[in-house]
Ligand binder design. Sequence first.
Ligand SMILES: Nc1ncnc2c1ncn2[C@@H]1O[C@H](COP(=O)(O)OP(=O)(O)OP(=O)(O)O)[C@@H](O)[C@H]1O
Ligand SMILES: [Mg+2]
Length: 399
Amino acid sequence: MNTGASQPQGPQSAGLVRPGSHDRPVSGELFIGLMSGTSLDGVDGVLADFSPPDGLSLRVRAHVHRPFPADLAQELLALNAPSHDELHRAALAANALARAYAGVVSDVLAQAGIEPHDVRAIGVHGQTVRHRPREFDGIGYTLQLNNPALLAELGGIDVVADFRSRDVAAHGQGAPLVPAFHRAVFARPGESVAVLNIGGISNLTSLLADGSTVGFDCGPGNALMDHWCRRHIGHPFDDNGAWAAGGHIDGDLLAALQAEAYFDLPPPKSTGRDLFNPPWLESRLRARPALAPADVQATLAELTAWACAEAVRQEAPDANELLVCGGGSLNGHLMRRLAARLPGRNVRRTDEVGLGAHQVEAAAFAWLARAFFDRRPGNLVTATGADGPRVLGALYPAH
Ligand SMILES: Nc1ncnc2c1ncn2[C@@H]1O[C@H](COP(=O)(O)OP(=O)(O)OP(=O)(O)O)[C@@H](O)[C@H]1O
Ligand SMILES: [Mg+2]
């Protein structure tokens, strides 16, 4: 694939520049990427420069994370399940999302010291509230709430949005979409490398030494752990996994969770909160009402570590290195359990090869927006199972 991205050469290959460095852009290759994932923690926005003057593959010139306002996070979570007056509420939530995205865009521009006209386009993922590809009528759907027209109006920058539905229309899963970006940025010729994103759901990209790529969702990432934390200790997440680390893994519960059929499906496969949600967990806890909440948390962390490690062992058997990104990479306990399940492999965060763990997904949507303008396919059929490569996204011009 002609990505315009040079192969990484060393630890700084992805070309991270510390946010706040105010070097002026010199090319028309600046894109803003916006990601708000299944964790519902908020929005990550990056300014990605795809032809930095130093010849690196990409340079992140600014990065902003803004938490969602509590009422928006709550409404988005509620809209993940059937409820009253959904169409009206979804439309208003989409407006609120666009305003949140516009706020992040404004912060990104300020941090980089540039103007809207310096940016070629924004690539925005939107907020997944349903993911049911290939179901019902055979095509099914994946639904990302968003109002890209309002974002174009508020931001004064062209917006590329709705990246997943074209892949679904071509009988794909519409997910994961990041493997092509992972390949462009992290692949090393003649070497097998694995990239793991631990967001609400976790997904693995296996970059094989022969140049082929496999990508799929492993299963839960943080979503179930976050839910359990909110419910029992009132925190949005288990900081550094300290709560889980103090609990004991319950073997019976772990086995019951591992029995989920999704784990045995071969890739390509994708999942979401439609499957790994509180009722899924509750139904497996019913037989074990006496378990201490900390032990459940320890077991949920172990489930995530196991699902990710098994995915690596099966689909990236030759990868000596596992690069981890997403908020789960900040969970020290989870990272230790992952490494313990993958003896002999170098498990480290993408920060160590030049791209911040919270920047990877947002940068991927900047990259996909650029692919749209170049009319390059953004999907990999080995990751989504689509009928073929497709140009992804739809354009909302600013002017
Ligand atoms: N210090 C930390 N300790 C433990 N967990 C953390 C920490 N910081 C973040 N997290 C976890 O990371 C999550 C956010 O991760 P991230 O933003 O990558 O997920 P996401 O929004 O679902 O993204 P995506 O769906 O694109 O993968 C939080 O909900 C939390 O569970
Ligand atoms: Mg997030």
